[in-house]
Design a protein around this ligand. Structure first.
Ligand code: CDV
Length: 311
């Protein structure tokens, strides 16, 4: 028996600072129509899908940045997207900046089921960048200024016929992200990203290196946990700042099943048989048989590098 989840990785091209949510939602709906026409039943959009990648912009007054955040979900701007998903019976995941009723700020992604109900929420754990304006960098990356680290961990949900979990952008570079979900039997990890194509602290690390590290991280996470990974870019030049593309779907062997080779709005549709995760999970990565947790203590005891344990 096969359990096919046909995923549509819906890359967004650039969103300029002046572009409003309504126009972005119109673009997202067009991608959903295309995904549906091509047989997709689960559409995945990027990190902070509704706006430009605003953490590149410094607001001296932190409260000014609240205009980039959503105080409720769905809301007036996103209701048409939810309505469309419900009408098409399409499950979806997208990222947005979340402002809670208590005034907390998170970089968030949600899972929305085929009936338009929010079935899962994830808040980005690994926040890159810095808190204060840094004039030594070629551009700012102020996620640590605008968000607090996620407080929900990495749950995995029974969703759309499989075990599905979420991560967001920088999380994909950390093996812990995938392993925590791997230990819940995850079969598909979905994640969105906004990756500047130049390292702000190292100008010789450009697009080719950025795409290499992106693929390396996602392929390793997929293989080592025998799971599909769907990684969706916001791509192209936003107000003079270039973001990599590289939207891709990776299978449980770590192989790339498909990748978009452009930087505008577009959909990559891939039929994923979730039973393809079984072999790896039952053999080389059968965690119950092979993991040796008695030797993994440092992973949770230490955050940063400490003294070597050998003599
Ligand atoms: N949005 C991100 O988390 N971006 C980071 C960049 C700053 C390295 C990433 O890991 O792609």
């Amino acid at each position: 028996m096969s359990r096919v989840l046909t995923v549509a990785a819906a890359q967004l091209g650039p969103i300029q600072k002046a572009e409003d949510r309504q126009s972005v939602v119109t673009r997202m709906i067009a991608l959903m129509d295309e995904a549906h026409a091509r047989g997709g039943n689960f559409i995945v959009y990027p990190e902070l899908a509704l706006t430009t990648f605003f953490p590149r912009w410094y607001h001296e007054d932190r409260a000014e940045a609240d205009s980039w955040f959503e105080a409720s979900m769905p809301n007036a701007a996103t209701a048409p997207l939810f309505d469309k998903a419900r009408a098409l019976g399409m499950a979806m995941s997208f990222g947005y900046a979340e402002l809670t009723p208590e005034g907390r700020h998170f970089n968030t992604s949600i899972l929305v089921d085929h009936a338009g109900k929010i079935a899962g929420k994830y808040r980005k754990v690994h926040l890159p960048g810095h808190v204060d304006y840094d004039d030594t960098r070629s551009h700012q990356h102020l996620e640590k200024r605008y968000f607090e680290p996620g407080d929900l961990g990495w749950p995995v949900w029974n969703f759309a016929g499989g075990l599905v979990g979420m991560a967001i952008c920088n999380d994909r570079r950390w093996p812990e992200t995938y392993r925590v979900m791997g230990l819940q039997g995850v079969e598909m990890v979905v994640l969105g990203f906004n990756t500047p194509s130049v390292n702000s602290q190292r100008s010789d690390e450009g697009l080719a290196d950025r795409l290499f590290h992106h693929r390396l991280s996602v392929q390793a996470g997929a293989y080592q946990n025998s799971t599909f990974v769907v990684a969706v870019a916001k791509a192209g030049t936003e107000d003079g700042h270039h973001l990599t593309g590289g939207t891709l779907v990776v299978d449980p062997n770590g192989k790339i099943l498909g990748e978009l080779d452009h930087e505008h709005d577009g959909v990559l549709v891939v039929a994923c048989d979730l039973d393809d995760t079984r072999f790896g999970k039952e053999t080389i990565f059968d965690f119950a048989r092979h993991r040796r947790v008695e030797h993994y203590g440092l992973i949770i005891e230490r955050t940063g590098v400490g003294a070597p344990l050998g003599e």
